[in-house]
Design a protein around this ligand. Structure first.
Ligand code: FAS
Ligand code: PHB
Length: 396
């Protein structure tokens, strides 16, 4: 078995792992990324589309914001379509000037992977059988089989579990040390990516009798659309033509008439769940991003929460190595979870507001219509929606 040594071992090369690695490197802290998938597979993933101002600032801090500022699309509002009406949420007007940016997670991953490669930082892609050791002691380590089949042992000071919902990090914690909270939704999102012009220059969240739909984009020539589908549905059941027909049935007629269709370059169904694991720190192991929490994508919080955790964790580790202080490390979990639960609440609320739930009696439907009507008539309610959507401020 080959033996390696670093300061911080990072499991996972998604946005959490790559962003953490870049921030630590910028502060002279050695780190190694161990990723289960091939680099090409990681780079090809189609995921999130909307980033908050604080995520933009963190990517700038990591030195990977140049292309984002060139190619990203600043967005100052979005539309809600419901009951034959629509309501535009004016983000800067309701949040004292804040906005969001449309810049795909795929692009963020590419920018981070290129920066890591340019810096010559060590990454093991296609690593198998990753296991964590001595996380409660003073000599934690990872063991894994590298892409060439060699057994590796990576000794470190800390382990960052950035390996997503299905990763090895959270799974390595004994059940009695961890409490998880979960809500499953009776539907998923069928998403399509197509090289056609977006139907609108802003996002449209539609609550129609047939179910939820979202009109989003990646650029002025590449669109991203979603429709709510049953939790048991399979993507193979949906032809491109069937998707476009259903999308147009759920958008307002004047919008539907303008939808440009074309062949899908990606089509997949994402299940929707709310999930939080507490705490997010176990001795020398820190969970970050989807490894610790999942939100339904309605509120565009998943990627932004991952960046939020990485902001707290990178600052805590820099404080440990530079200032010999462990205050940030000791408070990491509580600080992250206060922000995580607020994003979980918003994502659950927005999902409950905009999707059709299979429930008898119709009481829930009337409550949903009352909530939409209240939102329509209340600047206070619209402000609450807007300030959560652009991202809540960080604790000092
Ligand atoms: P990720 O899951 O992105 O990355 C984890 C990495 O760890 C992966 O590369 C994985 O291969 C690796 N890994 C897993 N197990 C491992 C092991 N044992 N050893 C080593 N490596 C391991 N968010 C939004 O805001 N908007 C959206 O529209 C949206 N759509 C989504 C669609 C799908 C299908 C999914 C799954 C998520 C979506 N999300 C969306 C949320 C998504 O963007 C996540 O929040 C984001 O990817 C979180 O990043 P990470 O925490 O890095 O986790
Ligand atoms: C996306 O473009 O993928 C997207 C945008 C906004 C959301 C969710 C997903 O709320």
């Amino acid at each position: 078995m080959a033996t390696l040594r670093t300061q911080v071992a990072i499991i996972g090369a998604g946005p959490s792992g790559l962003l953490l690695g870049q921030l630590l490197h910028r502060h002279g802290i050695d780190n190694v990324i161990v990723e289960r998938s091939a680099a090409e597979h990681v780079a090809a993933r189609i995921r999130a589309g909307v980033i908050e101002q604080t995520t933009i600032e963190l990517l700038d801090e990591a030195g990977v914001g140049a292309r984002m500022h060139r190619e990203g699309l600043p967005h100052e509002g979005f539309d809600l379509a419901f009951l034959g009406r629509h309501l535009r949420i004016d983000l800067p007007g309701l949040t004292d000037g804040k906005h969001v940016m449309v810049y795909g997670q795929t692009e963020i991953t590419r920018d981070l992977m290129e920066a890591r490669q340019a810096a010559g930082l060590p990454s093991f892609y296609s690593a198998a059988n990753v296991s964590l050791h001595d996380i409660d002691g003073n000599a934690p380590s990872l063991r894994f089989t590298d892409a060439e089949g060699r057994a590796q042992e990576l000794h470190c000071d800390f382990i960052a579990g950035c390996d997503g919902y299905h990763g090895a990090s959270r799974a390595s914690i004994q059940a009695d040390r961890l409490r998880s909270f979960e809500r499953l939704y009776p539907f998923g999102w069928l998403g399509i990516l197509a090289d056609v012009a977006p139907v609108s220059h802003e996002l449209i969240y539609a609550n129609s009798e047939r179910g939820f739909a979202l009109a989003s984009m990646r650029s002025s020539t590449r669109s991203r659309y979603y429709v709510q589908v049953g939790a048991e549905e399979k993507v193979e059941q949906w032809s491109d033509a069937a998707f476009w027909d259903e999308l147009r049935r759920r958008l307002p007629p004047e919008t539907a008439a303008k939808v440009q269709t074309g062949p899908s370059i990606e089509k997949s169904i994402a299940p929707l769940r709310s999930f939080v694991a507490e705490p997010m720190r176990f001795g020398r192991l820190f969970l970050a991003g989807d490894a610790a929490h999942i939100v339904p994508p309605t509120g565009a919080k998943g990627l932004n929460l991952a960046a939020s955790d990485v902001r707290y964790l990178s600052r805590a580790l820099v404080e440990h190595y530079r200032e010999r202080s462990d205050v940030g490390i000791d408070r990491y979990s509580e600080r992250c979870l206060r922000r995580v639960w607020k994003a979980e609440r918003f994502s659950w609320w927005f999902t409950s507001l905009m999707h059709r739930f299979p429930e008898p009696g119709g009481f829930g439907q009337r409550i949903q219509e009352a909530e939409l009507s209240y939102l329509e008539g209340s600047v206070a309610a619209q402000t609450a929606l807007a300030e959560n959507y652009v991202g809540l401020p960080f604790e000092a």
